[in-house]
Design a protein around this ligand. Structure first.
Ligand SMILES: N[C@@H](CCC(=O)N[C@@H](CSC=O)C(=O)NCC(=O)O)C(=O)O
Length: 279
């Protein structure tokens, strides 16, 4: 693991690393914020999953997360959104919703994607273990959150692994990839034509199948241009209601899909995770 950048921020450190991922079979970058409390002992680890077209750097530069992370004493790990490199398969039609920057946090089973697109295992297993080997983060106190495609990733990964996380939250998540064109395009490429295999990564399906409960917070802007076509927040609200899954799903008048929205509520998400990851 090679350090690519470091900067002090609110008494903590904003770091960027390059490493070889054995799971993804390529070179990757990721970012890690360590709060000042990490110099005295291990701190909870929050994983942030970004949306379509992002790298690890969008969150670092635009989410305004460092001040609250330093205040509450939590580390934030920000992975990239897909495998990277010239040899990595990409959307043959040049779209930004498949391939590079659009890994959807699943383990692809189909050619040509399966060779590198294993983002589920990378985010859940390889990266936190790698970080914990070299930094004082406590893997028994983890939260996960994300935006849009990353909100889908955070919800689905947490719902599939409730014993690994204390809390989950999302900004404008893709709530039901089985029922939107972004999800249908990505899942048919990565997972194949059998839709029954897609359900293992669909948050609404996972809520309906769940037996354990995690604290769950979702924020959504009413002025988000993707709300009706791609995100479908009401489907998540219905799944939670039908399954008696406790959740806080908040609509915010006029907010759009951008990082301006994310930054506006970032402090509340970090406080939410810090509360559940304490002790
Ligand atoms: N590049 C596209 C817009 C893509 C976009 O809006 N990406 C969002 C995530 S969408 C769902 O996963 C994003 O986070 N963008 C990065 C940012 O810094 O805003 C276009 O040209 O329309």
């Amino acid at each position: 693991m090679e350090q690519a950048a470091t900067a002090l921020s609110f008494g903590g450190k904003q770091l960027r690393f390059k490493h070889h991922s054995t799971v993804l079979n390529c070179e990757m970058h990721f970012s890690l914020f360590l709060p000042p409390q990490a110099t005295a002992g291990s701190v909870p680890l929050l994983t942030w999953l970004s949306g379509l077209t992002c790298t690890d750097e969008n969150f670092v530069q635009k989410a305004c997360a460092q001040r609250a992370a330093a205040e509450y004493g939590v580390a934030i790990l920000a992975p990239d959104t897909s495998p990277r490199g010239e040899c990595i398969a990409d959307d043959p039609d040049g779209g930004w919703d498949l391939g590079l920057g659009a890994g959807f946090y699943v383990n692809a089973t189909q050619a040509p994607w399966a060779e590198h697109y294993q983002m589920y295992d990378y985010v859940l297993e390889e990266l936190p273990s790698l970080v914990a080997k070299e930094h004082s983060v406590d893997l028994s106190r983890q939260g996960i959150f994300g935006h849009s495609m990353g909100g889908h990733g955070a919800l689905s990964i947490a719902l599939k692994n409730p014993s690994r996380f204390r809390s989950v939250s999302a900004f404008a998540p893709i709530c039901a990839p089985l029922h939107c064109s972004w999800g249908e395009k990505a899942f048919s490429a990565y997972l194949g034509a059998d839709r029954s295999l897609w359900a293992q990564y669909d948050s609404c399906e996972l809520i309906r199948r769940s037996t354990e409960r995690l604290p769950l917070l979702v924020d959504q802007g009413s002025g988000d241009s993707f709300l009706e076509t791609q995100l479908k927040t009401p489907l998540l609200a219905s799944a939670c209601k039908d399954s008696d899954y406790p959740s806080t799903i908040r609509m915010h008048d006029g907010y759009d899909h951008s990082y301006f929205f994310i930054a506006s509520f970032m402090d509340e998400h970090i406080a939410f995770h810090a509360q559940h990851c304490a002790g």
